[in-house]
Design a protein around this ligand. Sequence first.
Ligand SMILES: C[S@@+](CC[C@H](N)C(=O)[O-])C[C@H]1O[C@@H](n2cnc3c(N)ncnc32)[C@H](O)[C@@H]1O
Length: 234
Amino acid sequence: MSLMKEASSEIQRFPEANGAVGDNGKYRKMYDRIAPFYNVSNKLYFRLKFGGEAAYRRQFLDELEIPPGGRVLEVSCGTGDNFPYLPENIDLHGLDLSLGMLNVCRRHLRRWKRSASLYQALAESLPFEDDSFDTVCHVGGINFFNDGAQEVREMVRVAKPGTKIVIVDETERLASGTYEKIPFVGSHFKNRADIRIPLELVPEGMLEVQVREISGGLMYCLTFRLPGTAPQYV
Ligand SMILES: C[S@@+](CC[C@H](N)C(=O)[O-])C[C@H]1O[C@@H](n2cnc3c(N)ncnc32)[C@H](O)[C@@H]1O
């Protein structure tokens, strides 16, 4: 059995991910290709720019509200690099379009001695029941999804009443100042509309809508809360 098959055996796969078209198809191929180098280059970049990966990730992961033993979903988890910063006593779920990224994630989980349920699926069509997660977040990706509004609706659908949703992605400054200039990858980020912080994607009726720039204006962090009774924290 090849390493690829062995690594993918515990990832639940949904066929629409491999059949993704438009920007989703384009970025799935790109992430499959760069998956083996993604962490190394990211870690180097975070160290040079933000004083390390922990400092970078804490800026938005500290926004998450995670009850002990809570059911936590990261949409577009990639290689799982946020997972080591989350508490250990949780029921962790990570979903991504790219099998290449998820295979690396699976290897990371083994190395970190952590477990998570992984899914290769589209953020725009989450394979989960309504009102089933205590914590729902998304880091990186939504700016270039086929349908960001549908992803946000799906995050809201699967979150329990009262849940705080956290969405993080790059600003135009990072996309045009850095991404477009990266060899081999840069062309994927050209010929596109300018990035705007997608406040208009927050569905009507959501509470405590807040947005702030982080990482010196290179990223944004958008948060809001579903109406209803918030989970009890002890
Ligand atoms: C910049 S990476 C972020 C990975 C991780 N969240 C992190 O913080 O390092 C963006 C991820 O979004 C995934 N992605 C892109 N489009 C997607 C879609 N429509 N549905 C689900 N995942 C998607 C890519 O495969 C990639 O792994």
